[in-house]
Every structure is written in structure tokens, then in C-alpha cells.
Design a binder for this molecule. Sequence first.
Ligand code: PLP
Length: 320
Amino acid sequence: MTQAPASASPDAVTRRETSWIWFDGRVCQYGEAKIGLLTHGLNYGTGIFEGIRAYWNAEREQLYILRMAEHFDRLRVNARILQMEVPLPTAELCSITADLLRRNRYREDIYVRPLMFKSAEIIGVKLHDVPESFAICMAPMGSYVGTGGIRCMVSSWRRIEDTMAPARAKCTGIYVNSALAKSEALQSGFDEAILLTMDGHVSEGSAENIFIVRQGVLYTPPPSDNILEGITRQTVMHLAREEMGLDVVERSIDRTELYASDEVFLCGTGAQVAPVIEVDRRRVSDGEPGPVTLRIQDIYNGLVSGGNAKYAEWLTPVYA
Ligand SMILES: Cc1ncc(COP(=O)(O)O)c(C=O)c1O
């Protein structure tokens, strides 16, 4: 029997169990999809996943999937890193996802979770010649972290190095790194963790990329600082340049530069644009979300639910 998380209402559990998903080439209900205890991906973390948001626009009675093709394209690249092959072209995956959202008749914000994993029930750590499974699940989701101003700590855990495991890939096993940092932060009374690279540069949050603002310029760590190459990060860079005329520079950031910044914010599919108002018990500027962050947040929030025709190509409407 599936154990419900303590916070999930019976209704939410029933809705999840009976929600339509994609699993190994067919549509079925979430509760029907089963895997064995010896599944390779479960034992060794040999899986990759994506996180895609769909935003409900109540006025238009429309659900918009945000930058879906980019997420499936990234999944394909990540699959190669783990010697896997995504079974279908991106266009087909997009159409399956939209179809599932329709079948589930969602009229709220949804998080879509494509998941690919080595599915053989065997003992043996390797990547090659291990069969794979592919699933697309989905569930309602609100905010992942606060969007009104969060308090962060620099984690005692360092971000995984690309020489150890592929930092740029959303690889399931690597998320132990994020989970350690996130729990340390929450259990120490903070909202989120910021991880440094092994050589002491700022890398990213536990599930978000990071930006700082200094004298009107945006800075964000480069991919070589072991970040996950975030799609929201790309979106933010685009919006800052095109909508606000700001310079955006990818360069390494030191820990104390976080303390000296005018503004700091995190961004990601889950987190969206989240202003950071405190790092390591030091207020960022006056301890309020800054004007650049708030403007970016505002533009981002407007476009994700279809409020900006210029960015219509980033959105896939689900309903006719
Ligand atoms: C470790 C990590 N960094 C950054 C991000 C942000 O990536 P994206 O904007 O593509 O969601 C995520 C997203 O889940 C993540 O897990």
C-alpha cells in the first residue's frame, strides 16, 4: 500500500493514485505503475529527471506549460551522460504531456515530472547494457520556497564536482547532495542552502540557480562552477537583458560577495524567482527584496501564465 506523506489529505492521495501518467510506452494510472525493490535506479541513483511547471490562468481557463521543449531537450542531453536514450522525440513527449494534463483535467498549477531510470532488477553497478524505464508523472504544486524573501545559509556541504558525478545533469543520485544541504539549512532555522564549489566559489542553491546584483549588474556563476544549467536561469538572463537592458555577467562569485551584494536571488522551475533577504545571518542590503529582483520576479510571474504575448512561444496551452 502506498504510504501517504503526513501532510497529504486523503483526497490528495486518491487524486494522485488515480492520476493519469505515462509509463513505458502507455498511459496508465499512477497507482498501477509499480517497480521492484531491486530496481537499479532505486539502488544506485542511476536515473535522470526533469521538473516542468504548468500555470493555470483562471481568467482564460487555460493551463500553460512553461518551456516544455527545452526541458525535454535537456533530458535528452542528460540521458546521454548516463548512457540512456530518451525513447521518443521531443515533439511527441510534449504532446503526451499536454494530453496527460488534459486527461487529468487539472485546473491549477501543476508540476510535471519526467523520469528515466535504469530499470533492471539486478545487482551490479554500471551504466551500460542496463534496460531503462521512462515515465511522466504530474501533481499539483504551489510555491517551492517563499517568494517574499528567504533566509539562506552557506552549507557545510559542498556542491558535487563534475569530476565526481555530472553536476549539469538532473541525475537522481546526485540529489543526495541537495537533500543533505537542504535539511541542514531547514533544521538550522533557514529557508534554503547555498552550496560552494570545492574551491570555495558560490555554485547554487539546493534546487535553484543563484544571481547577485551589484551596482545594477547581474552576476551568476558559470556552468564550470558545477551548476545545473537551469532553464529559469536562461529565462532570467534573457529578461534582464531584453526587458530591463541590464548587463548579465557569468563569472565566479565568492562567499563574502554574497554579503556585499545589493541584491541576491535564487531561481528555478520550482522556486521561480525567490528574493534572498539574508545570508548567514547577514542582511542583504536593508533586508528587503531589492528593486531589480522584484522587477524580474514581476516580469517572470506575468509571462508564465500567459500575460505577455511576446513570450507566447515559451508557453504551450493545454486546453483548446
Ligand atoms: C540543483 C538544481 N539547480 C538548479 C535548478 C534550476 O533549474 P531549472 O531552472 O531548469 O528548473 C534546479 C531545478 O530543479 C536544480 O535541481
